[in-house]
Design a protein around this ligand. Structure first.
Ligand SMILES: NC(=O)c1ccc[n+]([C@@H]2O[C@H](COP(=O)([O-])OP(=O)(O)OC[C@H]3O[C@@H](n4cnc5c(N)ncnc54)[C@H](OP(=O)(O)O)[C@@H]3O)[C@@H](O)[C@H]2O)c1
Length: 298
């Protein structure tokens, strides 16, 4: 039986000289959900580990990554703006991190620093959790930034039938498309509605819908009831795009599942143990609910 993910007073019993340390670096990082989610996981798995957040300014990512070895930190999550700049400090990159040129999780394997990227695996797990199978699916991805590139590569590797990419800056979009190999296409503005109308999956990997003044990332008449709509935004939990998906009867999910599953994958990589997914999901749901109460800036 799982222990409660978060006790009312603390998520762990004690810290000693034997306690293992894991951490996240970023700037900003104080609002990261990772410490809440990982500490809940360590508590549930009865592991003598603690997870901390270190604000590290831009330009110091590689130096901070090297400290993983110095301080015997067991694993480190990496968020903006360091996902690329930590790479020179790695002894090895996984093929996915290498293709994406971005690291979001560093494993410390007896002093060897291995750079992983768990965003794509997290995305696939989240849509599968919602009952959508990407293998064989015709997919449209909006965006060509770090999250979009992870999704494009993951969809191609999962055996999607096709991957079409639309991006505000077509030059950046063209580069992202190459991750999906032959058959992947860049979609022009005037072809987007047609591309979505014949798709099985559309993914919003842009921040459109995050701010209260934003409209939908896609016009509602482009959506249809056979579509699965995944928005990578998790705060707010319902973006204008997801509200439109609901109105047309399309299945949909927000980005909370991806966030949780990429953390679960990082837990497995860092600790070598199966992630207590229920406890992590419970902690994340509680933290996001608290944020929702605090409003858009929470
Ligand atoms: N759920 C999760 O676990 C998770 C993980 C990572 C990211 N995310 C979310 O995914 C989104 C993208 O993050 P990212 O890290 O990929 O950011 P990023 O690297 O900065 O890329 C942002 C992308 O969005 C596009 N974009 C930005 N503003 C836009 C606008 N007003 N209209 C149209 N396109 C616009 C950019 O287009 P240009 O190339 O033309 O600038 C670019 O393709 C964010 O909402 C983030 O919160 C979620």
């Amino acid at each position: 039986m799982l222990r409660p993910a978060v006790s009312s007073d603390n998520t762990r019993r004690s810290v000693s000289g034997l306690t293992h340390v894991a951490a996240v670096i970023g700037d900003p990082v104080r609002h990261s959900l990772s410490p809440t989610v990982f500490n809940a996981a360590f508590y549930a798995a009865e592991m003598d580990w603690v997870y901390l957040a270190f604000p590290v300014p831009e330009g110091s990512g590689a130096q901070a990554a090297r400290m993983v070895r110095t301080f015997d930190i067991r694993g480190m999550s990496v968020t903006m703006p360091h996902k690329e700049s930590v790479i020179p400090a790695m002894d090895e990159l996984t093929p996915v991190a290498q293709r994406l040129n971005a690291v979001n999780c560093i494993a410390n394997a007896d002093g060897r620093l291995i750079g992983h990227n768990t965003d794509g695996a997290g995305f696939l797990a989240s849509v599968r959790d919602c009952g959508f199978e990407p293998t064989g699916a015709r997919c449209v991805v909006l965006g060509a930034g770090g999250a979009a590139r992870a999704v494009i590569l993951a969809l191609a590797e999962a055996g999607a039938a096709s991957v079409a990419v639309h991006n505000r800056d077509p030059g950046r979009g063209r580069i992202a498309v190459t991750l999906a190999g032959e058959g992947a296409v860049l979609v022009a503005d005037d072809a987007l509605v047609d591309a979505v109308s014949s798709a099985d999956l559309v993914v919003n990997a842009t921040p459109v819908g995050m701010s209260s003044g934003d409209g939908s990332a896609l016009p509602e008449d482009a959506l249809h009831s056979e579509l699965f709509v995944a928005d990578l935004i998790y705060h707010p939990s319902e973006t204008p795009l997801l509200a439109a998906a609901e109105r047309v009867g399309a299945r949909h999910c927000n980005g909370a599942g991806m966030l949780m599953h990429q953390a679960a994958e990082a837990f497995r990589i860092i600790t070598g143990r199966a992630a207590p997914v229920d406890a992590m999901a419970e902690a994340m749901t509680a933290a996001l609910a608290k944020r929702a109460e605090e409003g858009p800036q929470g």
